[in-house]
Design a binder for this molecule. Structure first.
Ligand SMILES: CC(C)(COP(=O)(O)OP(=O)(O)OC[C@H]1O[C@@H](n2cnc3c(N)ncnc32)[C@H](O)[C@@H]1OP(=O)(O)O)[C@@H](O)C(=O)NCCC(=O)NCCS
Length: 179
């Protein structure tokens, strides 16, 4: 599977696009074998199954978008999936409708939070987009009460540039970082 390996100290970021259909159809053994790491029994839950189905639709409509979509965050050494992260789509798909910008999304499963894994995954995704795809602008939409996510974008130097209403997540603050 296409993976970003080695840039992050503790994590591999394995592209899930080729196994989205297995994951949403519950073909767990096939997905696990392709990812090369164990997925928790409960994942994907209803929320993430909906999210993965949406990414599957995106990938089916635009195969070139595939490499930008969701990646499993694999804890190297332990060989377990501890969350997922990726972009909302290829450059241009972001809450600001900014050509060339990509929007980040990230989740760390509960037992693995507060150990810097989300920060490490986001830094590595941004490095890949910048160095290997020439992306210069990043966007993140964060709920005003999502303290850990706010801490991440602030730590990485993002600035708040606006806000919007998301049908699923409610009010979200818009952050942007140009590199
Ligand atoms: C947001 C999320 C991905 C963070 O994952 P994580 O691996 O715990 O994040 P990190 O450990 O890299 O860093 C989080 C930062 O927030 C801080 N933080 C974590 N939990 C916090 C809390 N409850 N209150 C305040 N600050 C908190 C940490 O101290 C850390 O900052 P620091 O490195 O300066 O100490 C995780 O909480 C999550 O999956 N939430 C649900 C999905 C979500 O909200 N995704 C983001 C959508 S924009």
């Amino acid at each position: 599977m296409d993976a970003i390996v080695g840039g992050a100290a503790r994590l591999d970021l394995v592209l899930l696009t080729p196994v989205l259909d297995d994951l949403v159809a519950g073909r767990r053994e096939r997905a696990t074998a392709a990812i090369g790491a164990a997925i928790p029994d409960w994942w994907p839950d209803e929320h993430d199954a909906r999210f993965l189905r949406y990414r599957l639709t995106q990938a089916s409509r635009d195969p070139a978008a595939g490499e930008w979509l969701v990646r499993a965050i694999v804890l190297r050494g332990e060989g377990v999936v501890i969350g997922h992260a990726g972009f909302h789509g290829p450059p241009g798909v972001n809450a600001l409708d900014e050509a060339g910008a990509v929007e980040l999304g990230y989740t760390i499963f509960l037992p693995y939070r507060r150990r810097g894994y989300a920060t490490e995954a986001v830094v590595e995704l941004m490095r890949w987009a910048r160095e290997e795809r020439g992306v210069r602008a990043f966007v993140a939409s964060v709920g005003p009460e999502n303290e850990p996510s706010l801490a991440i974008v602030e730590k990485l130097g993002f600035s708040q540039v606006g806000e919007h209403w998301d049908e699923e997540d409610g009010r979200e603050l818009e952050f942007r970082l140009a590199t």
